[in-house]
Write a protein that binds this ligand. Structure first.
Ligand SMILES: Cc1cc2nc3c(=O)[nH]c(=O)nc-3n(C[C@H](O)[C@H](O)[C@H](O)COP(=O)(O)OP(=O)(O)OC[C@H]3O[C@@H](n4cnc5c(N)ncnc54)[C@H](O)[C@@H]3O)c2cc1C
Ligand code: SF4
Length: 556
């Protein structure tokens, strides 16, 4: 289809309205003001509003916030509570043990509990006040390159108003070409444009495989008198039940204001059992006597899911190419041992802003000039944090006692451990063929669901306020559905029907022909990106749907 597209030129374009891009845009405007440089800066976000796709724990290490906005308190930063004490527990099926000590990177006393959706909304307002052109409801669909196919010159936003068959409807609006001297990619974990770029620009070559965890999170309204009315700690982390030793992950429970609690459960996508369902594990976690005691009498207000890029230092892509920089989760920037990426993402955006200012001063935007970003990164506290966690996710992915030997050694050697550059596999390669016992275990299902405090997947989708117009091309591309119904079903029993927290994937059987077929309920999609990562045949590609759709988070 030949479409004439509007072209808008900016000096700098940020793709994604997460903490990485927003902090970057704010820092850029601050520096431009200091240096008296006139700049046209834009930021696009695929969610309907800034914050509507923001989901995190979240305990915020305020180090980057304090650097960026020292008067954050006067400016009304939405802090839920301040961490007054950490609790670190090991859960068995019916009981628990308090760890004798809390690992140093989990010392959160004095840090802030926030909702990422509220926090990014607030950062967005500040960026707007400073003159950033913010375009929520616009998804970056395609990277634009110069004729040499190497220099990034901007991005094309997605078309709106296409019918299911891909043909324009009466309300069709073509996507816009947003051109920039520098494009900053801040798409978060498993950025779809970054994935596309990797095929062209080799940004991940020579790097360790990207690895991820997926998390489900809820905000629950508690009764007025609750656990936190008397507890010493209001920042609780758990290991153990319901996961076995070989699957990394754990739970978190953070006190929010107004008798609300943030509760969530994460698991490494390196798991092996094809019947593994993060949603079921989350329900089991919530039903554990310790956790159930905390949330008793509560009501789920909002739910959502998202992946985190946990691979760390050795999995980071090349951070700069001609005309573009990578910040935050899409560049694997995350302090994995601390389970914190917000401050790290913010700092990476801020460093990118400094690099852009110096590129603007030189009026050169090639990789060589932009490489100052890497140099600034290496001099910053962020590099120290990344280095300390450089082998952590890789150690977590090891099995049995080996895992603990590596983790112990890393703890005492500030991250180096027994083997620096510990290897790991891509998450899409770790599933084992289905066994009878896997299926039997999966039958022990959601007995606890009551529709209020324990909700099923579809109610969860409803509570995430997720919306997609049904009459549009499906944004989830399954390259070959024969693989799904034949090979994948036979070998793994269609793990997509388990790992997708939105119940997007279903295998149906045609009543007449008795043939299986894949059904995609794409309007349920939570944009967590698990399917793009975990599918064992690399047969699923997640792309951005029409801008302004997806979850409508306000408090997670
Ligand atoms: C369950 C869970 C718990 C966590 N707990 C904590 C915690 O307690 N503390 C902590 O510090 N960190 C925590 N993290 C990690 C933290 O949330 C991330 O590290 C951080 O959000 C990454 O920031 P980002 O800006 O890189 O990406 P994101 O926050 O993912 O933001 C990216 C934004 O870009 C938008 N976007 C993506 N692609 C496009 C596109 N092509 N076009 C337009 N817009 C696009 C997305 O909609 C999104 O709004 C947690 C994460 C999860 C999932
Ligand atoms: S379809 Fe993929 S991205 Fe969407 S909710 Fe399911 S696993 Fe997540």
């Amino acid at each position: 289809m030949d479409i004439e597209r509007e072209k808008i030129e900016f000096d700098v374009l940020f793709v994604g309205g997460g903490p990485a891009s927003l902090a970057g845009a704010i820092r850029l405007m601050q520096l431009a003001k200091e240096k008296n440089i006139n700049l046209e800066v834009a930021l696009i976000e695929k969610g309907a509003e800034i914050g509507s796709h923001g989901l995190s724990g979240a305990v915020l290490n305020p180090i980057a916030l304090k650097e960026l906005i020292p008067d954050y308190s006067e400016k009304g930063c939405p802090i839920e509570t301040v961490v007054r004490g950490d609790e670190f527990l090991y859960l068995t099926k019916n009981s628990f043990f308090r760890a004798p000590f809390v690992p140093r990177y989990m010392h959160n006393k004095g840090y802030f509990v926030i909702s990422l959706s509220k926090f990014t909304k607030w950062l967005g307002e500040i960026a707007l006040e400073m003159g950033v052109n913010i375009f929520p409801g616009f998804a970056g669909k395609e990277v634009l390159y110069a004729e040499n196919n190497k220099n990034v010159i901007g991005i094309r936003t997605g078309d709106k108003g296409l019918g299911k068959d891909g043909a324009p409807k009466s309300n069709f609006e073509s996507g816009i070409d947003l051109m920039a001297k520098v494009t900053v990619f801040g798409e978060g974990a498993r950025g779809s444009l970054v994935q596309d770029m990797a095929k062209k620009l080799d940004i991940f070559s020579d790097k360790m495989p990207q690895v991820f965890e997926v998390g489900i999170k809820e905000v629950i309204q508690l009764p007025e008198i609750n656990y936190f009315s008397t507890s010493k700690g209001n920042d609780i982390h758990t290991l153990g039940y319901p996961l076995d030793f070989d699957t990394p992950g754990g739970g978190f429970i953070y006190e929010m204001k107004d008798n609300k609690v943030a509760i969530g459960f994460l698991a490494g996508l390196c798991y092996e059992n094809p019947m593994f369902d993060i949603y079921d594990e989350f329900l089991k976690f919530k039903s554990h006597p310790f956790v159930a005691g905390i949330i008793k009498g509560g009501k789920v207000l909002q739910q959502g899911a998202r992946t985190v890029s946990t691979g760390g230092y050795y999995t980071m892509p090349k951070l700069y190419v001609n005309g573009a920089l990578f910040v935050g989760g899409c560049a694997a920037i995350q302090n994995t041992p601390a389970l914190k990426g917000i401050h790290a993402s913010m700092k990476s955006g801020m460093l990118a802003a400094e690099a852009i200012i110096s590129a603007l001063e030189e009026n050169s935007f090639n990789a060589e000039t932009l490489s100052i970003y890497k140099a600034l990164f290496e001099k910053s506290w962020l590099n120290g944090e990344m280095l300390e966690g450089r082998n952590f996710a890789q150690a977590l992915a090891k099995k049995g006692i080996t895992k603990f030997v590596h983790l112990g050694a890393q703890y005492f050697t500030k991250g180096r451990g027994i083997r620096d550059g510990l290897s790991t596999e891509e998450d899409c390669t770790t599933l084992k063929q289905i066994k009878e016992s896997d299926q039997a275990e999966a039958e022990i299902k959601k007995k606890v669901i009551d529709g209020t405090l324990y909700v099923d997947k579809l109610t969860g989708v409803y509570l995430s306020k997720t919306m997609h117009r049904e009459d549009q091309p499906c944004h989830i591309i399954v390259h070959d559905t024969n693989i799904c119904v034949n090979e994948c079903y036979e070998k793994y029993r269609s793990p997509c029907t388990k790992f997708c927290p939105g119940n997007v994937y279903e295998i149906e059987t045609d009543e007449k022909t008795m043939k299986r077929r894949l059904k995609l309920n794409f309007s349920n999609c939570l944009h967590c990106k698990t399917c793009d990562i975990k599918d064992p045949y690399r047969n699923i590609k997640w792309t951005c749907p029409e801008g302004g759709e997806g979850p409508g988070y306000t408090m997670v």
